[in-house]
Design a protein around this ligand. Structure first.
Ligand SMILES: O=C(O)C1=C[C@@H](OP(=O)(O)O)[C@@H](O)[C@H](O)C1
Ligand SMILES: C=C(OP(=O)(O)O)C(=O)O
Length: 428
């Protein structure tokens, strides 16, 4: 990694496929009758967990480098798994398949790794139980999750938090119920489930924060082309903005409105970032140019923008540390329930280098000031892919090697991250 430190970065990059969309394509492919081709899926640890779970339920999945092919005889052909389903580090897999399995009326036990064992599942258990599901949790809150067969009915549910995982678990459970399920969202969360369900033939409508799904339609297989993941693109974008002499282009990346909050923040900061939209059908798609910007303004964000950039907050905290003005994130209490408590992790690691924070229960302020980086300072990645990639970008922009305890969790969402940075290295 040392040679990345003294370099600037240029050229064009295609980041790996969108993680949220790949998970959903595998699940809807398994539920739908026929053959679903998933073009440019994300090959990563998290999406592999969803793939293995769908196989355990009876879907056939063929893997090629650029395409996965899911073949299923439809939702009624899926069966209870023979063994405990293992969801690894993936909150999306854990929560969405709980809704899917409850909706199919199957028996299953679901567990994940040490991080998943600490992530709250009562947020999905509550609405699913209201629908009639029989779901038991450890200490009424955590995995392992035990699902017993039960018949479900539609519900009207007002979500207490903006969460695409909760919304999607309910939608998956409601697919084969008799009647309309209605969900009210407090703020718009990522809408990939709604877009893809419509594509697969479900009767679903979404308007002003209310999603209505009429249950009972068989899903039909449909092909999915997965756009690049803007949550992965965020790391090279911030690297280019902070590293003198850099100018990069990310091609073929998702510009879905419910995911593009980071672009709004970059604009507020006056970063040299431009966006070209190339397609608006279904999932919006385009190209992002990002270049070194010597002076960055501050920002204050809260409310509706937060779910639109929730996974980008660790890398935004780094960007904020190099701004000339204070930067504040509020309304992001959800960060405390991710792979690790991302508010604590960001503050604990970056404050080792003189970066000054005020911590709130639901966010932080980063104060402007000098960043002092000492060579080979030990830092912790908490086995959290987004914290680890933020620390790698920090090391590169500060031209200082850091001792990160373990970087293997990068493979959760962005295998090939280091190779992609290497390919953008100017004198490579
Ligand atoms: O539905 C999804 O694919 C995701 C939803 C978000 O979680 P929440 O639903 O908990 O906000 C996000 O943080 C996660 O990385 C992926
Ligand atoms: C929070 C994340 O994923 P998940 O909830 O699926 O573990 C993430 O990818 O940042």
């Amino acid at each position: 990694m040392k040679h990345l430190l003294d370099s600037s970065f240029s050229g064009t990059l295609k980041v790996p496929g969108d993680k949220s969309i790949t998970h959903r394509a595998l699940m809807f492919g398994a539920l739908a009758k026929g053959t679903t081709h998933i073009h440019l899926p994300l090959h990563s640890e998290d999406t592999r967990r969803t793939m293995e779970c769908m196989r355990a339920l009876g879907a056939e999945i063929e893997e090629n480098a650029e395409e996965w092919v899911v073949t299923s005889k439809g939702h009624s052909s899926l069966h209870a798994p023979d063994e405990t389903l293992y969801t690894g580090n993936s909150g999306t897999t854990t929560r969405l398949i709980t809704g899917l399995i409850a909706g199919l009326g199957l028996r299953a036990e679901i567990e994940g790794d040490a991080s998943i064992a600490k992530r709250p599942m009562d947020r999905i258990q509550r609405p699913l139980a209201e629908m009639g599901a029989d779901i038991a949790l450890k200490d009424e809150k955590y995995p392992p999750i035990t699902i017993k067969p039960a018949a479900l009915s539609p519900i009207t549910y007002t979500m207490p938090i903006a969460s695409a995982q909760v919304k999607s678990a309910i939608l998956l459970a409601s697919l084969f119920t008799d009647g309309d399920t209605v969900i009210h969202e407090p703020s718009p969360s990522r809408n990939h489930t709604e877009i893809m369900l419509r594509q697969f033939g479900a009767d679903i409508a979404s308007e002003n924060g209310t999603i209505t799904l009429a249950g009972g339609n068989e899903l039909n297989a449909s092909d999915v082309t997965v756009p690049g993941d803007i949550s992965s693109a965020a790391f090279p974008i911030v690297l280019a903005v902070l590293k003198p002499g850099s100018s990069i282009t990310i091609d073929n990346v998702s510009l879905n409105e419910t995911r593009s909050g980071i672009l709004d923040v970059l604009e507020m900061m006056g970063a040299d970032v431009t966006v070209e939209q190339t397609s608006q059908e279904g999932e919006a798609l385009g190209r992002i140019h990002a270049a070194y910007t010597p002076e960055l303004k501050g920002f204050e964000i809260s409310g509706d923008i937060i779910p639109r950039l929730i996974d980008e907050i660790p890398i935004l905290a780094l960007l904020a540390a190099y701004s000339n003005e204070a930067c504040t994130v509020r309304g992001a209490h959800e960060l405390r329930f991710k792979e690790t408590d991302r508010i604590r992790a960001v503050i604990d690691e970056l404050s080792r280098f003189g970066i000054r924070f005020t911590e709130y229960d639901d966010g932080f302020t980063v104060h402007p000031g000098q960043v002092d980086v000492m060579e080979n300072t030990p830092v912790k990645g908490y086995n959290d892919h987004r914290i680890i990639m933020m620390l790698i970008v920090f090391s590169i922009i500060s031209n200082t090697p850091l001792e990160i305890d373990d970087i293997s969790a990068i493979d959760i969402s962005y295998p090939g991250f280091m190779e992609d940075l290497e390919a953008l290295r100017k004198d490579a």
